[in-house]
Design a protein around this ligand. Structure first.
Ligand SMILES: [Zn+2]
Length: 243
């Protein structure tokens, strides 16, 4: 492939990219909005999950207290029976059993108090925050849905054209030297769809700066790649396109 043809291929690729760029820009800020809303939604979800886990932990701790209290109650009943049965002979043994009953009763009271007082405030705070998050999530979801529908509608209109352009792009890339393509993509990454500029009557049509006559002649000869000194675009002489 001659140098002229290589430049011409990049020019054609650029035309396809320009059309693709126009199609994508029709979507405006919708994709960015969707991204923002999705990340907002994730943050709410994560916070709600953390709160639910904390609530579960509290409830499970409370149920452990319940199990402990059940055991303590059993012990009290057992001791009580022994005391009533008259099987206890010594005062020392009697006092020990009575002391155990007293300790167990106190422990049950402490457990019940701790379960009620310490956790109820935190549990209420968690429930409140969960309600708040649910409200925020609903708002985010409504907005997200709207944007997704809008994007879907836009994509439906332009989808076929986009698929077609992408197919053309795939096709033309096959005939472009990988190094040329890398050169093109480097410029395209900052000037998407605008990597190649036509030189007409000694001016770069990308930035409208004038090109020295000697360089303009060289660009027409196209024995290598030339780029615009002001805007960095790959330059192609109009005569090469229309030839
Ligand atoms: Zn330029």
């Amino acid at each position: 492939m001659s140098m002229k043809e290589r430049i011409l291929q990049l020019y054609k690729l650029n035309r396809i990219d320009r059309e693709l760029h126009e199609l994508i820009s029709l979507r405006g800020d919708i994709p960015a909005k969707i991204e923002d809303l999705s990340s907002e939604k994730n943050q709410h979800d994560e916070r709600a999950n953390a709160l639910r886990a904390e609530l579960d932990a509290i409830v499970s701790a409370e149920s452990n207290v319940q199990t402990e209290n059940d055991h303590l109650l059993e012990k009290i009943e057992k001791n009580d029976e022994m005391l009533r049965s008259g099987a206890v002979k010594s005062n020392k043994e009697y006092d020990a059993l009575a002391k155990e009953i007293e300790d167990a009763t106190n422990k049950i009271k402490d457990n019940e108090k701790a379960a009620k007082e310490d956790n109820s405030a935190r549990k209420a705070a968690i429930e409140n925050e969960l309600v708040l998050i649910a409200g925020q999530l609903e708002e985010v979801n409504v907005e997200l849905d709207q944007n997704l529908k809008e994007l879907e509608e836009l994509t439906k209109q332009t989808g076929e054209e986009e698929t077609d352009l992408n197919a053309q792009r795939e096709e033309i890339i096959k005939s472009i030297d990988p190094e040329d393509l890398a050169y093109y993509e480097r410029i395209s990454s900052v000037k998407y769809g605008e990597a190649v500029a036509v030189v007409r009557k000694g001016s770069c049509l990308g930035c409208y700066s004038s090109i020295p006559p000697q360089k303009a002649i060289e660009i027409r000869t196209a024995d290598k790649f030339y780029s615009c000194e002001s805007c960095g675009r790959i330059l192609i002489a109009e005569e090469i396109i229309t030839a």
